[in-house]
Design a binder for this molecule. Structure first.
Ligand code: C2E
Ligand code: CA
Ligand code: CA
Ligand code: CA
Length: 277
């Protein structure tokens, strides 16, 4: 028994070491990756139901790492947050996104951008000023910027999040609660927060065609969301059935592979050209 546990330990330690080393490398290399163009923003369109008009895009970050290859945000955003570097990420994504929105405005298109925030930004009393400065710098009206916060992040300590949420709301930006339905909060509690939009978590939307429970969850979020005056967005819309069911429920906005995958800047432009001409 002693021998086999020794072998288990020998196999385990290098793996832990590798994970730790990789995390350490990612964190130490992150700022330089931002500056050298390894980190890029992709954009996923959001369309109105039932009209399918393009209302906005969600900015989703990607890192093409020279050694590790293409990294999804789930692989590096948590490490970046833990290392206290998330301001640099959010600032970068916000600047890139607002630059796009401004270019569209110059072409007569009103398309908003949604940026994912780290819950850590809600602890930072200076964050709203930086958002205001970015809007001003890019000449973008606040209603064309949406800030997405996860339900679990906001609800972990709503009282603590409230001052920054209020300041952001006062700027006139749109505040969205992301991954809704996965936490333990009630929609009624949301009423006490200055939010404008709920995004139904994709796990429910993906399941609604085959699972009556998921279907019921989606429908009740749409109904209660509307009764609170919120815009309801469904993410993870992958097929016609889901889109049709959401349309029948009165869901306002759809996002998902059915409409488009997240696209690079140039692919998004081509996609928009094909849509809007
Ligand atoms: P999220 O905000 O919930 O973003 C939606 C995720 O669902 C994205 O994954 C998107 O590619 C994926 N998705 C979109 N449509 C579909 C669909 O129809 N089916 C399925 N199965 N998936 C779909 P992604 O890009 O890997 O991002 C993962 C998470 O990383 C995001 O989840 C968000 O929480 C975080 N994230 C991404 N960009 C940023 C960022 O700039 N800052 C911060 N703080 N977090 C970010
Ligand atoms: Ca999001
Ligand atoms: Ca989400
Ligand atoms: Ca998510």
């Amino acid at each position: 028994a002693a021998r086999s546990s020794g072998e288990a330990v020998r196999e385990y330690l290098p793996t832990m070491g590798q994970i730790f080393l990789r995390r350490f490398q990612l964190v130490t290399q992150f700022r330089q990756a931002l500056e050298t163009g390894q980190v890029k923003v992709h954009y996923q369109p959001k369309v109105a139901l039932p009209s399918r008009q393009v209302l906005g895009v969600e900015a989703l970050v990607r890192w093409r790492h020279p050694e590790f290859g293409k990294l999804d945000p789930d692989e590096f955003v948590p490490a970046v947050e833990a290392a206290g570097l998330v301001d640099a990420l959010t600032g970068f994504v916000m600047d890139q996104s607002l630059q796009r929105v401004r270019k569209w405005l110059d072409r007569g298109l009103r398309i908003s951008a949604a940026v994912n925030l780290s819950v850590r930004s809600l602890d930072d009393a200076t964050f709203p000023d930086r958002v205001a400065a970015a809007l001003e710098r890019h000449g973008v009206p606040p209603e064309l910027l949406t800030l997405e916060l996860t339900e679990s992040g906001v609800m972990a300590d709503p009282q603590r999040a409230l001052p920054v949420l209020r300041a952001l709301h006062a700027l006139g930006v749109v505040l969205a609660v992301d991954d809704f339905g996965t936490g333990y909060s009630s929609l009624a509690y949301l009423r006490q927060l200055p939010v404008d939009e709920v995004k139904i978590d994709k796990s429910f939307v993906l399941g609604m065609g085959t699972d009556l429970g998921d279907h019921a969850v989606v429908r009740s979020i749409v109904e209660l969301g509307h009764s609170l005056g919120l815009t309801v967005v469904a993410e993870g819309v992958e097929d016609d059935l889901a889109r049709d069911q959401l349309t029948a429920m009165g869901c306002d906005v759809a996002q998902g592979y059915l409409i488009s995958r997240p696209l690079s800047e140039s692919r998004l432009e081509a996609w928009l050209q094909a849509r809007t001409t």
